[in-house]
Design a protein. Structure first.
Length: 322
């Protein structure tokens, strides 16, 4: 066999191996997508029209929260339409009764929903005002100065070199509380935060994430952000938990930054099997989806960070105004 024939055979072999790897990649995408769908079906609440079928406490809570928030949103409008809120109110009357029969129901959810119903009744039957009702005026604030805004946002970077000192849990708790102001679909606030400070715990959990090997032993605090799949419903919300969880995670990082705490998002782009391993290792219930890990701590003096050049705003912003 000539040299030319051997080269052609090697090229054909390389092309075959490339096609096989491509086919395996596509099969993996299908496998994980199907697993995601099965998981959403298993844990998600029923949609509005079938909400009577939801049986788990958090699933019923999801419907109650959606409906009382719908009433609140209507009352917050400048000119609510006539007789708005009839369908949400009917579902609330049904769902509150069965929700309160469950031993693990949240009295605060009952209070919020009852207040919304009372406000709706007041609007329709009495004064058409919501004095003391379930809506509120926003807290007035003065815009921050340009220099202060610029300094705050431009100074946040991903840090992978932390000082050799523990991170006060009070700072994490404060950040978690501030991040609760993040928006969420129909105010469902499906977030969870799991914080680990023991070196042994950090080491075994961080090992499950691909991308921290070079600084794993320097992480003072490892945070896992989750969302509760039971608080989402229907095909339209199949991706919403990742959006809500990402919003909370980013707010958490900004709240840490505001307190002088450095952080680094550790992406959780893994197969479902790896998420199961993390949940088992961290004691996270199965109905919670893992959004991301975050390494947090005080920055070491003299540290270096990745340059991470940013796109031009003109490349990102598309507006109908010049």
């Amino acid at each position: 066999m000539g040299t030319e024939d051997q080269g052609l055979r090697r090229l054909a072999g390389a092309r075959l191996r490339l096609n096989v790897r491509h086919a395996l990649d596509r099969a993996a995408i299908w496998r994980e997508t199907i697993a995601d769908g099965r998981r959403h079906i298993r844990y998600s609440a029923a949609t509005d029209s079938r909400s009577a079928l939801s049986a788990q406490t958090r699933q019923i809570e999801a419907q109650i929260t959606k409906d009382y928030h719908r009433i609140e949103k209507g009352l917050a409008l400048r000119s609510p339409r006539e007789n708005f809120g009839a369908a949400p109110a009917a579902r609330l009357d049904r769902d509150l009764a069965r929700y309160q029969q469950l031993p693990d129901h949240d009295p605060a959810v009952v209070s919020h929903a009852s207040s919304a119903l009372a406000g709706l009744h007041q609007w329709h039957e009495h004064t058409r005002h919501t004095d003391g009702g379930p809506t509120k005026f926003p807290v007035a604030w003065a815009p921050l100065g340009d220099a202060e805004v610029e300094a705050f946002f431009r100074s946040r970077v991903s840090v992978r070199d932390f000082a050799d000192e523990p991170l006060d849990m009070a700072l994490v708790r404060r950040a978690a509380d501030l991040a609760l102001s993040s928006p969420s679909v129909c105010n469902r606030q499906a977030w969870g935060l799991w914080s680990f400070s023991e070196p042994a715990d950090i080491a075994r959990l961080a090992e499950l994430q691909n991308g921290n090997a070079g600084f794993r032993d320097q992480i003072p605090c490892l945070i896992v952000v989750t969302v509760d799949a039971q608080l989402f419903a229907g095909a339209g919300e199949r991706n919403q938990r990742w959006i809500d969880g990402g919003l909370y995670a980013m707010s958490l990082v900004w709240a840490l930054h505001a307190q002088g705490v450095a952080s680094c998002m550790l992406n959780w782009s893994v197969a479902n099997a790896q998420s199961r391993r993390l949940r088992a290792a961290a004691g996270i219930p199965d109905h919670l989806d893992v959004i991301t890990m975050i390494a947090a701590g005080h920055p070491r003096e003299g540290l270096r960070v990745a340059r991470s050049p940013r796109r031009s705003v003109d490349e990102v912003l598309h507006s109908d105004r010049s």
